[in-house]
Design a binder for this molecule. Sequence first.
Ligand SMILES: Cc1cc2nc3c(=O)[nH]c(=O)nc-3n(C[C@H](O)[C@H](O)[C@H](O)COP(=O)(O)OP(=O)(O)OC[C@H]3O[C@@H](n4cnc5c(N)ncnc54)[C@H](O)[C@@H]3O)c2cc1C
Length: 436
Amino acid sequence: MRARLSRRLFLASGLALPSLVRAQSFDTDVVIIGAGAAGLGAAQACVARGKSYVMFEARERMGGRVFTDHSLGAAFDAGAYYIHWAERNPWADIARDLKIETMDDGALPRGAWLRFEDGARIEAAGRRNYFGEISRRFDDEPARVPDISFTEHVADNPDLLPGVRGMARMSLGEEPERLSAKDYARLWSGDDLIVPQGYGTLVSRFGAAFQLHLSTPVHAIRWDGAGVEVTTSKGTVRGRAAIITVPVSVLAKGGIAFTPQLPMRTQEGLHGLGMGALSKVGLQFSGHRFGLSANTNLWDTSRDGAGVNFELWPGDSNLVVALFGGDLAREILSQGDAGVVAALVDRLARLLGEDVRGAFVKGSVHGWVNDPWSLGCYSHALPGQADARAKLAEPVAERLWFAGEATAAVDGDFGPAMTAGGAFLAGASAARAIKF
Ligand SMILES: Cc1cc2nc3c(=O)[nH]c(=O)nc-3n(C[C@H](O)[C@H](O)[C@H](O)COP(=O)(O)OP(=O)(O)OC[C@H]3O[C@@H](n4cnc5c(N)ncnc54)[C@H](O)[C@@H]3O)c2cc1C
């Protein structure tokens, strides 16, 4: 038997975890798995309750799917960008407390929105867009929206289909056949803020106050004794309860082994949810702007309306940020990072001319669906599975709490799901609900 380190030493070391035999006592009150928005919300709530916690994060950084990429000179948010429904989003308050500037998205300067089909410029003006009707169908009286796919929900009016496909792929990152209309309809809306220094910068500034173990993936959780026994790449820790904020695709793929197996309702919850493939790629340019002003968007579609949106010079930077989702994203990402960048530069050269190649400097790819610690952008309920979030949110034996964007709810309303604000609320409310 190896000597057991004291908790203080273990927390301070941040390197090696103690190898524990089945001790009767607990090492900590709460084991938090994942240091994204939800994990940090949970940690703050533990501190507020005077409960101890140990937080494990698989990556070498905190923030999870909120990450500001600085590798291309100017910062850009590779994951979350908007502080949605800012009136009630905890990150808006945190930004205020930390004196980090936010700006109302509606007040930002807008560039042109240029439309292309297969690389050829087309006039969007004069084309009827059906967004008013789509928005009525998906947003009005969410309780009445049926738990069927996006496509079935508009099956009576084929004119709505192109707009619905675009919305599904570019807002949820997924094909419309795989999305529950009801799940989408209940999402909250409100004012959106942006963080000029980056949403990821905000989250990591906030997270700097919390102890955590980076580069420490959790492999297994036993929950058959009193409390939980959590095994990581560096050792095992016993806690009274675990808050698991790991993305649902990672859990559904067996990223953490549970002993005993999770109850059927939890498994149904997990398998009733999917994750889309919304992806972002930053492309750095040398300063040549092709005569286009900051915040110009080029929306280039090809077969079946799937496409890539290029946002040019956001915040007056020398970057182009490409955004794409659905199966097209999976296809583009299958080429590997260098292939993805080359394909996007080719695509942009088709829109703006061959000078693009000479002005291009380098790219940075964020294909979250291929990232082993997220395996997708954010969760959605599959058609017919609108109750999946509620199933997953039920605590297991008062010991395991699945808390993250996928289970984000306030008073049973899953309106905050999918977002960084919702994730924070989910982590915090799990930490507050644990009975000690
Ligand atoms: C392209 C894109 C755009 C987005 N846009 C927005 C937006 O504008 N606004 C918005 O609010 N939201 C947006 N989102 C969604 C938002 O980023 C997420 O909903 C939110 O960040 C999820 O937080 P979380 O804590 O639940 O999960 P995560 O941030 O994924 O945190 C979970 C953590 O668990 C870690 N982990 C995984 N497996 C293990 C393991 N075995 N052991 C230990 N740790 C593990 C992960 O590394 C991760 O850090 C976007 C996401 C993407 C990808």
